[in-house]
Design a protein around this ligand. Structure first.
Ligand SMILES: [Zn+2]
Length: 133
């Protein structure tokens, strides 16, 4: 199983994102690197939800491009995306599942029950979230 390493400051930022944009969903990207089956996150970068919706999200294309460039410049890559569920648990909605199949990367969902990771592997599978200091 894949695991993802998030630092305390990443967790704080993600928890903050959950409340900051409520009732709408917040979203962003995770920048870092992959080592074997581990994903090491260095930067959690909020991106505007261009849908402004409480049911779904869409990463603003311009900000996504800037994030991609920044990752490239720092010798890293976009290793995943995150979004929030301000009113529900951190499990993928039907819309999320469809999007996960189309955009296969690490998906972090921040919900009322905490932070959970998922990836598409012929279906939605879990990714272990490891909190590091
Ligand atoms: Zn969702």
């Amino acid at each position: 199983m894949t695991d993802v390493q998030l630092r305390k400051d990443h967790i704080r930022l993600l928890d903050n994102e959950l409340h900051l944009h409520a009732p709408d969903e917040a979203c962003g990207v995770l920048i870092g690197r992959k080592e074997h089956s581990s994903i090491i996150v260095e930067i959690v970068l909020p991106i505007k939800n261009s849908r402004l919706s409480d049911r779904s999200f869409e990463l603003d294309p311009k900000e996504y491009y800037d994030a991609w460039k920044r990752a490239e410049e720092e010798g890293m890559e976009i290793v995943g995306v995150y979004h929030t569920h301000p009113h529900s648990k951190a499990s993928p909605s039907a819309w999320d599942e469809e999007s996960m199949e189309n955009y296969q990367t690490l998906w972090i969902i921040v919900g009322v029950d905490g932070i959970h990771g998922f990836e598409w592997d012929g279906g939605v599978g879990p990714v272990e979230v490891i909190k590091v200091t």
